[in-house]
Design a binder for this molecule. Sequence first.
Ligand code: MG
Length: 375
Amino acid sequence: MGATGSIGIQTLDVIRLHPEQFSLYAMAFGRNIEKALPLIHEFNPAIIVVQDEDTKAKLQKELNHSYILCGGEGLIEAGTAEPVDVVVNAVMGSIGLPATLKAIQAKKIIAIANKETLVTAGHLVMEEARKHQVELLPVDSEHSAIFQALNGEKRKNIEKLIITASGGSFRDKTRKELEGVTVEDALNHPNWSMGAKITIDSASMMNKGLEVIEAHWLFDVPYEQIHVILHRESVIHSMVEYVDRNVIAQLGTPDMKVPIQYALTYPERMDLPVTNHLNLEELATLNFEKMDMDRFPCLRMAFEAGKAGGSMPTVLNAANEEAVQLFLEGKISFLDIERYIEEALERHDRIHNPDLSTIISIDEETRKRVRFHLN
Ligand code: MG
């Protein structure tokens, strides 16, 4: 799910390296036919899912394929298809939520790269996973690091999770300098090559905020025990401190193929010849800094929304997705993103334990409210 996005393409890179282990049964993408076509020819998936009827019609002109589906229904059919063992959820935003829940019910292993799914409905996703005894394997590098640092350990012995943050493209800018930044400035991430939405989220530090909420759900750790530290090299991907003061960190070359492949091969490990070995002698120095919540209000708001719980993370996520879209369209400034989120959170009356339909309607309502703000 999300085959033409950054994670999708790199997942296919991993599949290509290990043809004896993996094959692609179904492939879902949005509208990027140009990017999808060579991948369809190469991997020959039995099911193709696209975003809408219009894209389906265009694709059918280019391609002789008997099974092209569309929209949310198509995602569900692909994710629950009998031959599927693992569903990689790498769509952008919360649109993958219903299909993820259905795939869990169909007992598929979920490799989760889409943090919005857990942010907006963590309680539902984890409840379903427990009920159906399905493993959620993190693809996000920080969560893959924590997952590995937790291998064989007891949750009760966790003192805290320490999530590292590279700081994104604006880490050295002051609040004043942030006033005038452009979309191009924001899309220029120093360490990771990623899609537009997540790169903007990294610049605003909302990405780290979403990761905090994701970690809370994935590892069942309270927010008070989740810490964020600035680490500009992105070499330590995160750490776990235990009650006996042992700290276990996971290190590696910053390349998303590493956590993607680990999620696909877990609990095994396989060679990844396309990625460079970590060279600590060349790096020489690793830097750490305290995270400044005043400098990065999106991170503060994410902690607050997460602690408040209920429907607040849904509002945080929906307002952020919509505001980032407006910024990418050139309609609002970079600092408007956090202002719009703050306002959406302030105006929302929290609902305790929302079900899926409530989450979907709050999500839509919040997006409308953010759009309306413009007029
Ligand atoms: Mg990450």
